[in-house]
Design a protein around this ligand. Structure first.
Ligand code: TRH
Length: 388
């Protein structure tokens, strides 16, 4: 059984650990890797995984061993596969140990997701600049077979399709939400957004009743301020046609069910953005802002793929654009809301296309197998039988 160390630093928000936790579980549960996840912020992990201890140096959570990544790094055996998430730099002492092995581990830098074309050309490029005989490979997630793909667990699509009206009602009831038949059920997971107050105001006088589930953190804070106070988890507040339900932090598995349950999902960052696509429901993405507006290029690259050949593309593009540029979104919302049924069909088609691209853990496991195989045929196997 190959051993795999995943290194994760939580820069801000929950995306880094969100991606690493998902990947760690899948590699362990579906591909039989003995996974150790090193993370420098256990509090963030415990938001997604309520069973996690916030201070244990070492803990076993399901099939994954979680290790607290402290400044002083312990002396440990290096793994056969080392994944550093988002160029987070494993500790120098650990890298030195990697270089000492007869057959060096397969070292992967898991990059951020982008729909841009250049990703295909950079996926799996090796880098050997560290002054050691180690090679690091750049692994790019993406939307095409020439990239590393997206994290999509085995059985996810079937589970999603089996999630019917009864399962939905039961799930919402468990969250304490009683959604009326004619309501538009919307989830809100965004960064602070100047467009939001105007949109909430518009929704409060909408003809269609709208129920908004605000996710814990920034969305609940901003909506609470708009309501003139603060919202506690579990609170339900009504303003005209708009009902707001403030959700507590929900475990990552429930996050998926929440997306499956809503008619429209506002998502952000990377992980929720991917999960919204796999949820097969209409969604709106607020991209993580980067300097020099590079995020707008990434946003457009995604829209170009997602909306290719879609007759109502402009209605989607105008709303996403206004939302990301934090403009007055109300005119664009009217247009977008009018084409929601068509957008729903497009999302279904898009998810079907994604289902045909091999998933990220699968691509990663196959790459590791190939690379370990060729390393073994070049080098020697040691007493522990590193190469099988
Ligand atoms: O939290 P994010 O904004 O993370 C971002 C992005 O990943 C961005 O690319 C990165 O550079 C930046 O962090 C540092 O959004 P994201 O990626 O959607 O991650 C949120 C995770 O939190 C996702 O796994 C879903 C999970 N989540 C829950 O499981 N339950 C909850 O209640 C909430 C609020 C979030």
């Amino acid at each position: 059984m190959a051993r795999c160390d995943i290194f994760c630093t939580v820069v801000d928000n929950l995306g880094d650990i969100g991606v690493c936790w998902r990947l760690a579980r899948q590699l362990a549960e579906e591909y039989g890797f003995r996974v150790r996840l090193w993370v420098d912020d256990l509090v963030s992990l415990s938001c997604l995984c309520p069973g996690a201890s916030v201070d244990a140096t070492s803990q076993q959570i399901g099939a994954v061993e979680v290790r607290r990544w402290d400044a002083e790094f312990p002396l440990v055996d290096v793994a056969d596969v080392v994944i550093e998430a988002f160029a987070c730099d494993p500790p120098a002492t650990y890298i030195a140990e990697m270089a000492r092995r007869d057959v060096p581990p397969v070292w992967i830098n898991l990059e951020y997701l982008s729909a841009e074309d250049w990703v295909e050309g950079c996926h799996l490029l090796p880098s050997t600049g560290s002054g050691t005989r180690l090679t690091k490979y750049f692994f790019f997630p993406g939307f095409t077979p020439q990239t590393g793909g997206l994290i999509r667990e085995h059985g996810l699509t079937d589970a999603r399709k089996a999630f019917d009206a009864v399962a939905r009602a039961e799930f919402l009831r468990r969250l304490g939400i009683q959604s009326g038949k004619n309501e538009l059920l919307v989830s809100l997971f965004c960064y602070r957004n100047l467009s939001l107050p105007g949109l909430l105001g518009h929704w409060s006088s909408s003809e269609t009743p709208i129920r908004v589930l605000t996710l814990a953190g920034l969305p609940t804070e901003q909506v609470g301020q708009w309501l003139g106070g603060s919202l506690s988890p579990g609170a339900e507040v009504r303003r005209g046609s708009l009902t707001v339900n403030a959700l507590p932090f929900i475990p990552q598995e429930d996050f998926d069910r929440m997306l499956w349950s809503c008619d429209l999902n506002f998502v952000r960052g990377e992980d929720s953005f991917v999960r919204a696509q796999l949820a097969r429901q209409p969604f709106v993405w607020q991209i993580y802002t980067q300097t020099e507006q590079t995020h707008l290029v990434k946003l457009e690259a995604f829209l170009a793929r997602f909306l290719k050949g879609f007759p109502q593309a402009n209605s989607v593009r105008r709303f996403w654009d206004a939302w990301n540029k934090e403009l007055d979104v109300v005119p664009a919302w009217r247009e977008f809301a009018a084409v929601l049924p068509e957008v729903r069909s497009r999302c279904e088609e898009w998810a079907n296309l994604l289902d045909r691209v091999p998933d990220l853990a699968n691509n990663l496991a196959r790459f590791v197998e190939r690379t370990m195989g060729s390393a073994c045929s070049r080098g020697s196997t040691d007493a522990s039988g590193e190469c099988r």
